[in-house]
Design a binder for this molecule. Sequence first.
Ligand code: ADP
Ligand code: MG
Length: 372
Amino acid sequence: MLLPGATLGVLGGGQLGRMFCMAARNMGYRTVVLEPDSNSPAAEVADQHIQAEYTSHPALEQMAELCDAITTEFENVPAESLQFLAARKPVHPSAESVAVARHRIQEKDYARKSGLSPAPYACIQSADDIAAAISVTGLPAIIKTTTMGYDGKGQQVVNDQQQLESAFNEMGQVECVLEKKMDLAVEISVLLARNSQGEVASYPAAENEHRNGILHKSIVPARVDTVLAEKARQQATGLANILDYVGVLAVEFFITTDNQLIFNEMAPRPHNSGHYTMDAAVVSQFEQQVRVMCGLPPGDTRLTSPVVMINLLGDLWPVNWQLCMQNPALKLHLYGKHEARAGRKMGHFNLLSASVDEAISAADKVFEQLST
Ligand code: ADP
Ligand code: MG
């Protein structure tokens, strides 16, 4: 067990790394960030910044020397780097878990083996696979690159074989997955923390609304059938157990118009849809990340208030902060990014209220004011 005073390392200097470092420092741990950029949200709040590429062996060596345990803020960190570190110090989640979660086909295969239900899918490695893939998924379908996609990037809806062929070409003929386009009633996500003793704590499901492929809003508790929400929680836990996953895991689900629970994807880290836990749960997802990498029992996931989280993208800049701060139940989180670009996640707010409907209308009102 690693106790306060120990040093924790994180690969990646983005906002997730920043919020991890802030939680760790609050809890009395020292923090080290490995990040190639000189200027990053996480390095700004860490005790130490190692400025180097994720693949630099001297930098990884230094990190292993400085840290008692290491985690990552993103899944696209090279597996070889995680393995290099794991040969020297505890690394959670493991390189193997991260490899599964970063690969759309592997994660769906795993989910299916664990009894979850992904949308019908097929792998496309070359143009020769296209007709067979369509016969599995039907049309319309969505083609996604198997790796490196995020915030709706690296995917395209296709309505016929010709569109699929050109989409596959546009993606540079890299390995892709084709999925049936489901009729979605709502999207939810389940966040959990699991430690190396196999103890798991899951949060209540969040209801998620995306705009232009980017998460816009999370509503908790989700306004969905409680049986389905509970089933999602159980399925996410089952998946973490089968992977022998250690860390914070986010699992995204679709609920279709005919009430099926569909596995979409998972993230081997804290998740944007879990930012509400910073203000409306007993223990936040970033405290959980600290706890489980330190071998401590997972924290209490109880919701302390209905809450709505809204992302603040660069499109809103410059923001009228005076307007934003009028609501006394609004908790603001900014990531310290120096340049606002369209679509860039600059921060978020959590708005707490006595009822979920009140939280939604208050949060929508603030967002609307900021947008005009
Ligand atoms: P990302 O890694 O960019 O989050 P996702 O696979 O989660 O990629 O897809 C982004 C969004 O696209 C989802 O949140 C959902 O709104 C929509 N989407 C993705 N796959 C499907 C599908 N099979 N059927 C219907 N909508 C989908
Ligand atoms: Mg997603």
